[in-house]
Design a protein. Structure first.
Length: 442
């Protein structure tokens, strides 16, 4: 690696420094001592994986960091990434009883990270399996949190699991789609390595894209778990969106997380109002863009992004353009983009451009971030699997589909939620598979 490249890497790391730095050891103990160890633990109930929050915090207070980490991992094998990426304000920390007295909630995410970081520094190895080997082989298609959680739970119970991922690196959105200042690609891959050491087989760079490919997996495995996530970002469907300088939000985030994109200059317009749009806008600012606009067709009050995410974007210097609709993307004589926009009004539930309100923004990049398309075309060829409103239909508590050999979970079922929701779904599906095998042998 050249000195110039190394310097660029250091600059990039500084730009994407973490939002919330880790707690120092003494600060972690002091924070852990604030926990009331509630008997009903509303924080645990608010966590989709039901981590024993008082239990792991109590172990931090007593200096038992490994025990704390193991308590977390028993419920959530991706406890390290969830400590960084979870919207705890609306989950565990949002449920903390200290809110009732107007006090600051326990910093559960930072305490969870404290325990998991210590576990990683110590080698990050889980205790060897004690379960009796089971004659069960499962393929998990997709390398994201749902599949990883499913595979880990299966292997911990003595079964065999293989995760099949079309991209070069495993981890799914944790590796490629979560903002770097929340969760780095390196941290995601490190966590996957811990899961691999449980006995999970990883097949990366393998595309399952046909009925024939699925048929081959059916002959090799007893069950197949579909953790496909969602598909490509939806298109704007306006003239000029294939122009040079148009790059969707997931492409932008994946490019800088994997080192392919190191800087952006000029003016960037992000089209969309969700959390991914916010992540892309902040990334553009941190990559060096002079001006970053977020263009959204509704009002600020109607934005789907969390309030704290929007507040963070404003702190980073992102400017918001409410009630605006993109009409076309043109390229001027100098090669610069002109994003034509108009004010919006809602008519019978649809957003239309207000007459004579058209204007244009001169910019260097346009970043669509209006949601992902469902990735279900492949499974529509499978008998017994229902696809409704672009989502695979599966039982919530088991992940079972209409085809007895197929289970599903994560974004391809719920339409796009949080990492922790995908982990919970993968774990439930694994337990259902194990229970079905035990029932057959009973």
């Amino acid at each position: 690696m050249s000195a110039a490249t190394l310097l660029d890497d250091l600059k990039l790391k500084r730009r994407f420094s973490e939002l919330k730095p880790a707690l120092a050891p003494q600060a972690a103990v002091i924070e852990a001592d604030r926990c009331l160890n509630c008997f009903d633990a509303p924080c645990t109930a608010a966590c989709p994986t039901h981590i024993d929050v008082p239990g792991f915090i109590k172990r931090i207070a007593s200096g038992n960091l490994r025990g704390s980490a193991l308590r977390i991992l028993d419920a959530n094998i991706l406890g390290a990434s969830c400590a960084r990426a979870c919207p705890v304000d609306v989950l565990c920390e949002g449920a903390c009883v200290l809110h009732r007295d107007g006090r600051k909630p326990i910093q559960i995410a930072l305490l969870q990270r404290h325990a998991m970081d210590a576990f990683s520094r110590s080698g990050g190895a889980l205790p060897p399996k004690s379960a009796e080997a089971k004659q069960l082989r499962v393929a998990c298609i997709g390398g994201g949190p749902a599949s990883l959680a499913c595979a880990a739970e299966l292997c911990r119970a003595g079964a065999q699991a293989t995760v099949i991922e079309r991209r070069e690196l495993p981890g799914g959105m944790n590796t490629y789609g979560v903002a770097e200042y929340k969760l780095s690609a390196a941290d995601s891959v490190r966590e996957v390595e811990m899961i691999r050491q449980l006995g999970v087989e990883l097949r990366c760079g393998v595309e399952v894209d046909s009925a024939a490919a699925l048929g081959a997996l059916e002959s090799e495995f007893d069950f197949i778990f579909l953790g496909l996530g969602l598909g490509a970002m939806q298109r704007l469907n306006i003239p000029g969106e294939d122009a040079t300088g148009v790059m969707n939000a997931l492409q932008l985030i994946a490019a800088y997380k994997t080192g392919q994109l190191r800087q952006l200059q000029g003016t960037v317009v992000v089209v969309g109002g969700g959390n991914t749009a916010v992540d892309a806008a902040i990334a553009a600012r941190r990559l060096g863009a002079d001006t970053v606009y977020m263009l959204y067709r509704r009002s600020e009050r109607e934005m789907p992004a969390f309030d704290f995410e929007c507040a963070h974007a404003k702190q980073e210097g992102v400017e918001f353009l409410w009630r605006r609709l993109p009409l076309a993307i043109r390229t001027d004589a100098r090669g610069r983009l002109q994003l034509e926009i108009a004010e919006t009004r809602q008519v019978h539930g649809r957003f239309e451009a207000v007459a004579n309100s058209e204007t244009a923004i001169a910019c260097d990049w346009v970043v669509p971030a209006i949601g992902q398309s469902p990735l279900t075309a492949l499974v529509q060829t499978l008998r017994g699997i229902e696809v409704r409103d672009g989502r695979i239909v599966a039982e919530r508590e088991t992940g079972r589909t209409g085809n007895p050999r197929y289970f599903a979970g994560g974004d391809c079922v719920n339409g796009g939620r949080e990492v922790v929701d995908a982990v919970a779904a993968g774990k439930r599906a694994a337990m259902a598979m194990l229970n079905s095998v035990e029932s057959c042998h009973a």
